[in-house]
Structures are given as C-alpha cells and as structure tokens.
Design a protein around this ligand. Sequence first.
Ligand code: ADP
Length: 396
Amino acid sequence: MSKTIAINAGSSSLKWQLYQMPEETVLAKGIVERIGLDDAVSTVKFDGRSESQTLPIKDHIVAVKLLLEDLKRFAIISDFAEITGVGHRVVAGGEIFKSSVLIDDEALRQIEELSSLAPLHNPANAAGIRAFKEILPDITSVAVFDTAFHTTMPEVAYRYPMADKYYTDYQVRKYGAHGTSHYYVSQQAAEMLGKPLEELKLITAHIGNGVSLTAINGGKSVDTSMGFTPLAGPMMGTRTGDIDPAIIPYLVENVPELENAADVVNVLNKESGILGVSGLTNDMRDLEAAMAEGDEKAQLAFDMFADRLKKFIGQYMAVLNGADALVFTAGIGENDTLLREKIVSELSWFGMDIDPAKNVFGNSGVISTDAAKVKVLVVPTDEELVIARDVEALKA
Ligand code: ADP
C-alpha cells in the first residue's frame, strides 16, 4: 500500500491531494486556509463528503499535523506509514532546477535562496517542505517546479533586450510559470491527437485566474508568456499582463496614494485585469452574467481579455511557424464555451474552425471541425497528478 501526497503550499494556505499509487486513484483532497490566524479552516473531501473545521492554526507545521490527523480520523489511512511519498509544488526553480528533484538539505537551501525570484511563494513552499520533513522525516520528498518545463526555452526567447549585466548579475530573464500544467496538457493532447508529441507543434493556453500561454515544439517549451514574474503575458483575472513599464514611475509621480513602485506593482497584480476593467469581479462566470445583463464595462473586460489572448496565440503561431493544435485548459479554458468560440472564430485565417456541436460545456478532447487545419482541443489540467507521478518516478 503506497500513498503519495501532493502539496501546494501558499503563504497562508496549504492545498493537498492524497493518491493511491501507482493506481493514481485520488483518495482524498483538501485545503487548510488562513494559516497563522485563530479562525483557520481545514477542509477534507473524500468519498463524496466534505468536512470542515475552524480552529487556530499557528503555522504550516500545525497545518500538516492537522491534515495528517484528519486522514486518520476519517479512516482514509490507518497509519502514517502508509504515506511513502510527498511532492511539493515549488514556484521558482530559477536556472538551477531543470526537472523535479529529491529534496535534500542542499535542495531546500537552494529553494529558499531562490525566494528573491518569488518572494511570496518560495518561502511558503519551503515552509511546507520543512513541515513534512519534521513530521514524516523518512518518506520520499520531491520538489516539482513551475519553471522547470520552461528551462528548454532558447536564449533568444528568455533574454530581455537589456545589457548583459542585468541577466548575469541580477538574474533578470524570463522564467515562465504553470510549467506543470503546460507539460501535462501537451502530453494529453498528443494522445488525443494520436500522434507522438515529438512531431507536434502546440500552443497551450492555461486560462484560469492566472493566464499563461506556451509555444511547445516537439514536447519542449520554446516560449511562454509569463516572464520574470507571473505578472507578464495576456490580461488575467486581477493582473494587467504586459503593459508599458514607463506607466510605473508615471503613476508614482502622479497618483497620491501610490508612493512607490511596489505600490503600483500591487495594483497591477491585484486590482487590474478583469477585475480592474469591469470594476465588478475577477471571476469569469460573474463577468459573463453581468455581460448578459448588458453591463458595458463587463463587456469591455471580456473583449479585452479575448483580444490579448488572441494576440499571444498569433505570436506563438509565428514563433512555431505554424502549429498543429491550440489547447485550452484551466478554469476558464476548460469551461468557457463563449470565450473559446470568440477566440477561435477570430483566428479562422490560420485554419482554425470550431465545431459548435463539440464546443459544449463538459466536453473535452478535439473541439474543432474535421476539416480544420489547426486542431483545437480542450484538455482538463491535473498538476497534482504530475506531482504524484514525479514522486513515484524518483522513489528509490
Ligand atoms: P486559478 O488560477 O485560481 O487556479 P482556475 O483555473 O480555477 O483559477 O480558474 C478560475 C476561473 O475559471 C474563474 O474566473 C472562474 O470564473 C472560471 N470558470 C470556472 N467555471 C467556469 C465556467 N463554467 N464558465 C466560465 N468560466 C468558468
């Protein structure tokens, strides 16, 4: 009996999913939220049940202890020894981590050192790693990096057009993100198309609250839309995506409540995108409900969102010199038939053609017509499964 747990730790939350391996069956999943507060909430989902409790949770170690106790309490496991592996999602792997690794003291030190590239995420990821090391020190512990899949990008794509020293001395380059998702859906898409991944040129569009697109040639990421940080790329739920950076000092000089660059970047990250333009919501379902009521700002936000996505798809058509397929994934990509229809119909020149009978809610796989030159697919992403598989693969 071998069980593996996939962990996605944020600064105040810890998401987890427990697998029976190698069968890849999900036994339970859950989230601990509001870590650090007296009214933290832990939710466990299993067997169609959802159990929540509110209690003080001081830190990630207490959160991990609680979730493990819950697994016993709900008889999902009978002994901690059944858990033989843990996989941790780590946001920034820099140029060091090109694939998933077993976490020893050196790897943990490097993950913490890379915090300068992801100050909100890597320290939280490291806290999750430390918590498991303390409570279950003997199990296989693996780090899976959001950036690893993109380490195949050529220099021409990952460098910014700046003097060498900013790259060599300050590590300013494109790292990308959502790598695990782009990797997983590209593999799935190849299977669905019945062709070897090595022979395919794909554009994968991860469209959730965060949005990133990747140009994949023969299974390798050759360009991606997130940059030095996840603020880059097309418009997102609360992020601007790419803008003219000269806007930043201009706003610091002219907007009284924005005192420095960090204040502006906070606005660009958290108060912009769909939320900023609509003035209503960052949630696509709520946005579309407002559009249906005739809300003009909601409509503008939707149209801008589609416009930016379309331009990135065009860019990657150029990067790849033509693609075999466009793949939609994540919350919006997997579910939003309206957005998919709009984007694909406006790219018909490229040879994309959506089949309305296949572009329906709940459907996945190929949704383009048989005659379409560039196939369009919907592929549900599963980052946790990739994490669990990597733990299996690295087990001694
Ligand atoms: P995150 O980046 O937070 O993981 P998700 O991948 O879960 O985000 O995507 C969240 C987005 O997916 C939200 O904007 C949500 O409204 C959208 N979404 C979920 N279901 C639908 C649906 N049926 N139609 C349109 N958008 C949807």
